[in-house]
Each structure stands twice: as structure tokens, then as C-alpha cells.
Design a protein around this ligand. Structure first.
Ligand code: GTP
Ligand code: MG
Length: 461
């Protein structure tokens, strides 16, 4: 596919900076910039070699009046980001100078690019697939190192390759089935039903493993959603401050200090966490505090991880017991705080109630147990059969949805085989599965979805 117009946009953030970059892509990119570029030696951009940089000035098309002093990179198709001719003008990074240069490029025949249009052209011209295009947004938006690493991994094409492999296996199976139906007299090696079911099941297993990684993918993108709960004055805000390593939340000896929800992103040994410090939970008449308590309960239900804090220097109260009831059954870590004081709580009893969860003695005040807490969070995150280092991780909800659809279709085909349905019916399910996989990499995706994806991009990308 070849788009016939030439697009341009400012690719650097709007604001004051060292340099501003205007990017132009399309078959006329070099001609357009050549008309408004003056080099000291009279060099013509239309005659320079590809992938070279040139010093000069951008001038007004009609008056030759200097607009800015610039460096211009010329990259000829097809070895460019969009597979079209690309020119990038590096000018001084003021708001006005960058805009003036862009305006002159537009006056000379380019059209202002839509958000993401450069990347969309890279996709439509076949340089990258849809997963890679989406990974570019993720690289730009990553909030954590781990998120960035996984986006780069997808940009490199590792997820696409995996999807492509699974899809190719299915296509082979479908072709084989079809051939056996179409040419029964030919001597096509019969796939025994058992073999077919085995192959389909093993492909489905690969899909299901990818789907499983999506839960991890969500954490990678958004952080492990963690909530700190406990009755008033047990040290919740103190713990948040210790984890953030600054005085983020107000800490006092007055119970009921935290009234509103405080949210912070923190990084524990590379694991991104979105931690919420809540108002201490207790029966109360105070309307403000009561709203805070209601919110805490909501957070417990939504969180991936609950950190329950108990005060070890006091016996367990009714209040603690009510909170324990809210937490039981959730993925939790229990902290018995204030280990620097004399222990009054029945730790044995706590360990019994939470026999499936980690219980840690801790003193936020002197730092005892904090490292054990961090190690526990790290281990929880990396537990199970998902290996962040070697596995391809699905981080995008659209990819997950298509994988779920593909897996369901296979499940149906297996069922159909098992109850002895005709091969034609089985083939339809397999074809639907192939199509769902194709949506992920963009082979069978609708224009509408493509437009929607690129609309999320920033200008100039
Ligand atoms: N001795 C001791 N005191 C602590 C420890 N951790 C917190 N405290 C003290 O306990 C009191 C309450 O701490 P906060 O962090 O405000 O407790 P909270 O759970 O956020 O309280 P609310 O916001 O009122 O629900 C403060 O005086 C802290 O200094 C600890 O490990 N040992
Ligand atoms: Mg607090």
C-alpha cells in the first residue's frame, strides 16, 4: 500500500527545549523540504545521499526570509520508519520557532499528520505488525522499568513471533483437514482423530499459557494494586512512608490520622506496586472517617494484594477481628508491627488463622522485618509457572481478548471432534480460531480497530 500524500508534525514535546524536531514522511517529503532549505554551499536535498545530515536554514518559500537555523536529516525509502521518504528538521526548540518551521512545511505541500499516523504508515506499509505498533505506545507510556522492558520485547517482535507460530500450526492442521475432505480419493495421510485432538489440545495449552501471563501483564503495566489496612494507629502510614522512603503520609500518635486514601507508586526490587494507605478501620460516628472506612473496604475487594497490619504491643481487639474477617480469603501479607515494644498480641493465634499467608514480625520504627516484607512481595510476584525473564508476556487487553476467543474456538473444535461431528464443522471452529489470532498481529483486523489503536498515539509519532 502507498499513501499518496505527505504528512508532517512536530515530534518533540511542545514547550521550550534544546531542539525541536519536525518530521515529514511521504513521497514528496524531500522535494517539499528542499524548496524551503538553503545550505551555505547551495546543496540540494534532492541530490544528497540517503541517511545523511545537512546544515542550513529553513526560509520562507516566497520571500527567502530566514525562519530558523537547522540540521536536516534525509532518509530515502524504503529503509525508514514508515518505509517512505522521511525528512527530519532539527531546529531551535522554542515553541514559536518549531511551529513556524512546521507551518512553512505545511504551506509547501505537506498535510498535518494525525496522531500516530507515522506509526500507522509503518504498519500499513508492512514494516511492523500491529503488536509492534502497540508496543511503541507502551514504550512511550511505560511507568516502570519492567514495563519498559516488556514493551521493548514486544517491539522486537517476540510476542508476534509466538502468535505467528501458533497460527501457522493451526493453518497447517486446517489445510490438512480440508484436503482430506476435498480429495478423499487422494492418498492424503489420515490424521487420526486422536492425533488431531492431541495437536489441538497442545496448541490450546500454548494459548492458555499466554492468557495466563496477561494477569502479570496488567501488573507490569499498572503496578500490583496493594492496599494497607488495619485499625487506627497500628502504623499503616508509617509503613507507606518507609516503603516510599519519604514522609508522604502524615503520622501521629492520634488514632484516625489518615482520613482519605493516599496512593503512591513504588518499586520493590523491580516489582511495580501501586500502594494505597487507608483510613484505620473502626466503628465510628464521625462521618468523614466513616466514608474513609467504607472506601477501605472497597479497596480490600479490588486489590491484588492486601497488607494487614496489627499492633503487636496490644492484645487483639474486636476491631482487629472484624478487619481480619474482611481480609481472610484475599491474597494477603500480615504484619505484626511495633516489634520494638513488648509483645502483647497472641502471635500463635494469628499464625493459625493465617496459616496460608505470610505473617511477619516487623517494626517500622527501627526497620526490623522490612526487608523480609520486600522479599515476600518479590517472591509472590515471581511465583508460579510464569517466568518474566523467558516468557513472552501479554500486556495488552486487546491481545488477551483475542487469545481467549481463539482458545474458546479450539475448545469447541475439540468438543465437536469428541462427539463425532463432521470434519467440516470442526474446520469452522479452527478457522475462527485462526482468525482471532490474526486480529492480534493485524492480519485479519478491521480498519475500525486499526484506527482506534492509532488514535491513542501522541502527535508526531
Ligand atoms: N514503637 C513503635 N511505634 C510505631 C511503629 N510504627 C508506627 N508507630 C507509631 O504509631 C503511631 C501511629 O502511626 P501511623 O503510621 O500514623 O498509624 P496509622 O495506622 O496510619 O494510623 P491512622 O492513620 O490513624 O489509622 C505513630 O505515633 C507512630 O510513630 C513501630 O514499629 N514501633
Ligand atoms: Mg495513617
Amino acid at each position: 500500500m502507498y499513501m499518496d500524500d505527505t504528512i508532517a508534525a512536530i515530534s518533540t514535546p511542545i514547550g521550550i527545549g534544546g531542539i525541536g524536531i519536525i518530521r515529514i514522511s511521504g513521497k514528496d517529503a524531500i522535494d517539499i523540504v528542499d524548496k524551503i532549505f538553503k545550505s551555505p554551499k547551495g546543496k540540494r536535498l534532492t541530490e544528497v545521499k540517503s541517511h545523511t545530515i545537512h546544515y542550513g536554514h529553513v526560509v520562507h518559500l516566497n520571500t527567502d526570509k530566514v525562519i530558523d537555523e537547522v540540521l536536516v536529516s534525509v532518509m530515502k525509502e524504503p529503509h525508514t520508519f514508515t518505509r517512505e521518504n522521511i525528512v527530519e528538521i532539527n531546529c531551535h526548540g522554542g515553541i514559536v520557532s518549531t511551529r513556524n518551521v512546521l507551518e512553512e512545511v505545511l504551506n509547501t505541500g505537506a498535510r498535518l499528520a494525525d496522531p500516530g499516523e507515522f506509526t500507522k504508515r509503518a504498519f500499513l506499509n508492512g514494516r511492523i505488525d500491529l503488536v509492534q505498533a502497540e508496543a511503541i505506545i507502551d514504550v512511550i507510556n511505560s511507568k516502570t522499568n519492567i514495563g519498559l522492558e516488556s514493551a521493548i520485547d514486544q517491539l522486537e517482535g517476540n510476542l508476534s513471533k509466538k502468535i505467528f507460530e501458533i497460527r501457522t500450526k493451526l493453518i497447517h492442521l486446517a489445510a490438512h483437514l480440508q484436503a482430506a475432505v476435498d480429495f478423499p480419493e487422494d492418498d492424503i495421510e489420515e490424521l487420526s482423530e486422536e492425533n488431531l485432538i492431541n495437536s489441538l489440545e497442545s496448541i490450546m495449552k500454548e494459548m492458555d499459557h499466554l492468557i495466563k501471563t496477561a494477569d502479570m501483564g496488567k501488573i507490569i503495566r499498572e503496578g500490583l494494586s496493594t492496599v494497607i489496612v488495619g485499625k487506627p494507629n497500628v502504623g499503616k502510614s508509617s509503613l507507606l512512608n518507609a516503603l516510599v522512603r519519604e514522609n508522604r503520609a502524615i503520622v501521629t500518635e492520634i488514632p484516625g490520622t489518615t482520613r482519605d486514601i493516599i496512593e503512591e507508586y513504588i518499586n520493590i526490587k523491580g516489582v511495580p506496586l501501586k500502594v494505597v494507605d487507608t483510613a484505620g478501620i473502626r466503628e465510628t460516628e464521625d462521618i468523614v472517617e466513616r466514608i474513609g472506612v467504607e472506601k477501605s473496604k472497597e479497596f480490600i475487594n479490588k486489590a491484588d494484594l492486601v497488607i494487614l497490619i496489627l499492633d503487636g504491643s496490644e492484645a487483639l481487639s474486636e476491631n482487629d477481628k472484624n478487619i481480619i474477617d474482611l481480609v481472610i480469603g484475599k491474597k494477603a501479607i500480615v504484619l505484626i508491627n511495633k516489634a520494638d515494644l513488648t509483645t502483647k498480641i497472641d502471635t500463635q493465634y494469628i499464625r493459625e488463622i493465617f496459616k496460608n499467608d505470610k505473617v511477619i514480625d516487623i517494626s517500622v520504627k527501627d526497620g526490623t522485618g522490612l526487608e523480609e516484607l520486600e522479599n515476600t512481595i518479590y517472591d509472590m510476584f515471581f511465583e508460579g509457572d510464569i517466568n518474566l525473564k523467558d516468557d513472552v508476556i501479554v500486556t495488552n487487553l486487546r491481545h488477551k481478548d483475542s487469545l481467549v476467543k481463539a482458545s474458546q474456538n479450539l475448545q469447541e473444535s475439540i468438543q465437536a471432534l469428541k462427539i463425532g461431528m463432521p470434519v467440516d464443522m470442526v474446520s469452522i471452529d479452527i478457522k475462527n480460531s485462526i482468525e482471532a489470532l490474526g486480529e492480534i498481529i493485524g492480519q485479519t483486523v478491521s480498519e475500525e480497530i486499526v484506527d482506534q489503536i492509532f488514535r491513542n498515539f501522541c502527535l508526531g509519532k
